[in-house]
Design a binder for this molecule. Structure first.
Ligand code: PXL
Length: 283
């Protein structure tokens, strides 16, 4: 079997376990080759930490891709996350045009907001730009806040009901992608998971709901999801595997009492994650 190769386009937050410092180990652990295009380099992520350094790498993205084109490099998936500037939204559209093939997968995590709020580093019109990027994706992975911003709704707190979630999914489908994994979905205080829309079919993989907000979990989830898809799992099964890794990581971090801004302990779950992907693949 030919080894799969993906390109992950996110920032490097030097401390704090999110974006590329999470995507690289998780996707690699599943046996998949990962190339990267860093969108920015920060001393830490921006969630609840002030005073971070920020080096914007907008001007480097297309030259990297042009060089790769000269080498005839191809990728089985293009996975985007946190983008370093508004201008990068248009640049990533050019990256898609350059690297899209009839067979590869574009997964866009529209990283821009959480807990009802747009991240402070983004201008108010950022969601409009992100919507265009989502329109070019095969799969999008918004959380509930990002989904509301993408469809132009006010954010609603949970618990949710299926009517609301399915209306939201319908409006996200209208943007373009035929596969959607909506995260942070819960119908009561015991379980939390995702709503998976796969070309008309909706499922709700769920797991234990752990109190508190842990930083970087969206990137753990998105990276694990992509790894599962590259291993040939269905969207529903890949989501389930991704939830398992994410929830296990949150539980370990909660038990250890780690500062929630420092990211979650996904590292201790990587061995099991890789083994479970293989089991699911062979099931
Ligand atoms: O996990 C999302 C993320 C990625 N990168 C940076 C961030 C955040 C969320 O706050 O600040 C720099």
């Amino acid at each position: 079997m030919k080894q799969k190769r993906v390109v992950a386009i996110h920032d490097i937050s030097c401390f704090g376990r999110c974006s590329l410092t999470v995507a690289l180990p998780i996707i690699s652990a599943a046996g998949i080759e990962v190339s990267v295009i860093p969108t920015a380099v920060l001393s830490t992520h921006t969630g609840g930490i002030t005073g971070f350094t920020y080096r914007d790498l907008t001007e480097d993205i297309l030259p990297v891709v042009r060089h790769w084109q000269s080498l005839n490099l191809t990728f089985d998936a293009i996975y985007t996350g946190f983008l370093g500037s508004f201008k990068q939204l248009d640049i990533i559209m050019e990256v898609f045009a350059a690297l899209k093939t009839p067979d590869n997968l574009i997964l866009v995590d529209p990283v821009m907001a959480d807990n009802g709020k747009l991240y402070s580093v983004f201008p108010p019109d950022f969601p409009k730009g992100m919507k265009k990027l989502c329109a070019a994706a095969d799969i999008i992975v918004p959380n509930m806040t990002e989904a509301a911003l993408l469809v132009g709704d006010a954010y609603r707190e949970g618990p949710y009901d299926k009517a609301y979630i399915e209306d939201l999914l319908g409006r996200l489908v209208d943007i373009g992608p035929q596969r959607i994994v909506l995260t942070g979905v819960y119908f009561d205080e015991t379980e939390l998971g995702a709503a998976v829309y796969d070309r008309g079919n909706i499922t709700y993989p769920m797991s234990r709901k752990i109190p508190g907000f842990y930083h970087g979990t969206g990137d753990v989830f998105g990276s694990a999801l992509l790894a599962g898809l590259m291993e040939g799992l269905t969207l529903d099964s890949a989501t389930d595997a991704a939830i398992e890794l994410t929830v296990g990581s949150i539980e370990r971090t909660w038990q250890a009492g780690t500062d929630v801004r420092f990211g979650v302990n996904f590292e201790a779950g990587l061995g099991d994650f890789a083994a479970r992907l293989r089991q699911r693949k062979n099931a």
